[in-house]
Design a protein around this ligand. Structure first.
Ligand code: AHG
Ligand code: MN
Ligand code: MN
Length: 342
């Protein structure tokens, strides 16, 4: 009796990030020319270059400070510079990119000779969580993609090209270089996660349609600054600790926004970086940290504010503008709002 041997491997089929983008493109932008997916592939390539350095950081001369100070007044780590250069190089190879802005560069960067060809604006934090690099704690890359506003010349008016409110984002995402390397992104049609499979060098779909739990059991903030938080933040956190919001919580704080947010996205709860004495407007940057995180949070069913305003409706006034950030599941965000406005 003949035994039938399946013609193809019966393992579940894999979906790579590239396939997922093309599927999204066919479903939502059937007339797209593919320049957007080509742009996204430039970002994923740069993150794979950075990931290769992060994984072997202890073996390469890539740890520690570069002794340079960036526009933020912070010591640039060698890996900050490498990740920044990788993104600039890979995006520079995409003709559809008109202008970019990076945490590591004071001014926006316009690619020469693109007159009229560039359609997109990309803003990014090339390496988030720099203080954690040398101690092998998760770090990441955060990006946000916008359209070049009609009638704006990136050469003549770079500020207006880049400084757009978060509702204008076409896509946003991050890569967290953690126990595994995970890319999470949205184009406004849900939030999807991909795990880098080193054996094939591709990001493979691992978390489709991520939803942030309405209620969680973790709150996340740098408790060392509690005494300098505004009193309404202190009131909320004290109530949370005492179980007065009806739930019990643990505190988890990694100190890398991408990692603290990734956990909040998957497990729910709330992350807060309030105004402090050291950073009266908050520490996190609107364009390339708060906005992409807010887009992802909202797409996953959560919310993100600066304490009062919806993050994505804040009109930027500077490229490196800082804002307070409160982001989490709707249950905790509602509870925060009650104490904030009390
Ligand atoms: P970056 O490394 O890009 O400058 O970002 C660091 C940010 C963010 O990742 C994190 O949430 C926050 O700094 C931690 O700040 P504190 O060390 O003040 O808590
Ligand atoms: Mn950062
Ligand atoms: Mn950074």
């Amino acid at each position: 009796m003949l035994t039938r041997i399946p013609l193809v491997d019966t393992k579940p089929s894999i979906t790579t990030f590239q396939q997922h983008i093309l599927r999204q493109q066919r479903a939502h932008w059937p007339h797209a020319t593919g320049t957007f997916s080509w742009l996204l592939s430039g970002i994923t390539l740069a993150t794979k270059m950075t990931e290769a350095r992060v994984r072997r950081a202890g073996l390469l001369d890539i740890l520690g400070s570069s002794n340079a100070i960036n526009v933020q007044g912070e010591h640039q780590q060698k890996l900050d510079i490498y990740a920044d250069q990788a993104l600039i190089h890979c995006l520079g190879m995409r003709d559809s990119v008109a202008i970019i802005a990076s945490e590591e560069n004071e001014d926006a960067i316009v690619f020469d000779g693109r007159k009229g060809e560039g359609k997109y604006v990309v803003v990014f934090d090339p390496l988030d969580g720099s203080s954690n690099i040398d101690v092998n704690v998760s770090v990441g890359t955060i990006f946000s993609i916008l359209a070049l506003p009609p009638g704006i010349s990136p050469e003549d008016d770079p500020q207006r090209a880049v400084m757009q409110s978060g509702v204008k984002q076409l896509a946003a995402g991050y890569v967290v270089y953690g126990s595994s390397t995970i890319l999470v992104y949205t184009t406004g049609h849900g939030v999807h996660g991909f795990t880098l499979d080193p054996s094939i060098g591709a990001y493979v779909l691992s978390h489709e349609n991520i939803h942030m739990p309405t209620n969680g059991n973790i709150y996340s903030c740098n408790d060392a600054y509690f005494e300098t938080f505004p009193t309404n933040y202190q009131r909320f956190l004290t109530a949370l600790r005492r179980g007065e919001t009806g739930r019990s919580y643990a505190l988890r704080y990694i100190g890398s926004l991408v990692a603290d947010f990734h956990r909040t996205l998957l497990k729910g709860g709330i992350f807060l970086y309030p105004p402090t004495a050291k950073n009266p407007n908050g520490k996190l940057r609107l364009l390339y940290e708060a906005n992409p995180v807010a887009f992802l949070a909202e797409q996953a069913g959560g919310a993100a504010t600066d304490g009062r305003r919806r993050i994505m409706e804040i009109e930027p006034t500077e490229i490196h503008q800082r804002v307070p950030l409160v982001v989490g599941g709707l249950g905790e965000m509602q509870a925060f709002q009650e104490f904030y406005s009390a």
